[in-house]
Design a protein around this ligand. Structure first.
Ligand code: PD2
Ligand code: ZN
Length: 281
């Protein structure tokens, strides 16, 4: 599909009218991307209008209220029952924490080998229906482990749970992603469109724990454009970002992407964490 790179005045009027009718900004961006507008331009336009501010219409959230995540209360050297992990850098709003040495090299290699034969083209969540669909904006391949699938996965899940203080049951299955040259995950939010949150499945997503499984010679950074942050993949390091609070609000400043790999390949493991137990409400 041909990309459209300018927002005509009539579309701007439509966006404002649609926002005022109570449709959430994420659904509007998705509609624009499906019509062929450049994703970056679509997000930038919406941000210019709403930012993280309230929209004076019923059903649309107030400004996101930041709460200090548990992981941020532990200082610069974090301890789990089996490991010491250093904080490399921290951003407060949106909340982003870069951690060194979360996995050792052998654990990274083992995770790659366990997932290699199970990779399939990745999917995204449709902001309209909340269901998974094939996606043009996500060209990586991926696979999911079951929760506590084996002792090795359990060990990693336990480490994440000890650091974040979200129980293992709040996490979705660990996902491994593989990006080849030119592959990317375009700008998106990890949280569900607020109208599609299922309280019977743990509710809203509140945080993402992303682990880099290899060094990427060029490209493949995880970029948070609203924070001006770009994380360069480093084997064994991890980034944790939190975008949901105890009131069920979500932080639009957490917009992020994985830019195209330009040399070599990229392997990551991600865990999306929900407000509550994914099996129970
Ligand atoms: O692979 C990444 O760097 C990346 C970037 C953005 C992964 C995700 N989002 C994700 O798994 O949600
Ligand atoms: Zn993401």
């Amino acid at each position: 599909m041909e990309k459209v790179n300018k927002i005509p005045g009539a579309l701007m009027d439509w966006i404002i009218k649609t926002l005022n009718s109570g449709v959430n900004p994420e659904a509007i961006v998705d509609a624009m991307i499906r019509k062929g507008y450049d994703p970056k331009l679509s997000y930038t336009t919406l941000f210019r209008i709403v930012g993280n501010k309230p929209i004076n219409t019923p059903g649309v959230q107030a400004p996101y209220e930041y709460e200090q995540p548990e992981i941020a209360k532990k200082g610069s050297i974090l301890h789990t029952s089996d490991r010491e992990i250093k904080v490399l850098s921290k951003v407060e709003k949106p909340f982003i924490l870069h951690l060194d040495n979360f996995l050792c090299y052998e654990e990274c290699d083992q995770l790659i080998e366990l997932s290699r034969n199970r990779l399939k083209p990745s999917t995204v969540i449709d902001p309209k229906t909340g269901e998974e669909k094939a996606a043009t904006g996500r060209t990586s391949k991926g696979m999911y482990f079951y929760l506590r699938e084996n002792e090795f996965i359990k060990k990693i899940e336990n480490r994440i749970a000890e650091l974040t203080e979200f129980p293992i049951e709040n996490g979705e299955g660990l996902q491994v992603l593989n990006y080849g040259i030119g592959e990317e995950y375009k700008s998106h939010f990890d949280y569900f469109p607020p109208s599609k949150v299922d309280p019977a499945k743990g509710g809203q997503r509140v945080g993402t724990f992303l682990i880099y499984l290899n060094d990427v010679p060029a490209g493949g950074e995880t970029v948070f454009p609203k924070a001006g942050v770009s994380i360069v993949p480093k084997k064994g390091s991890a980034v944790y970002f939190q975008y949901g609070n105890s009131k069920g609000e979500v932080d639009r400043m957490s917009l992020h992407s994985s830019i195209p790999v330009s040399e070599g390949e990229k392997w990551v493991a991600t865990k999306w964490i929900r407000q509550g137990n994914i099996y129970r409400h």
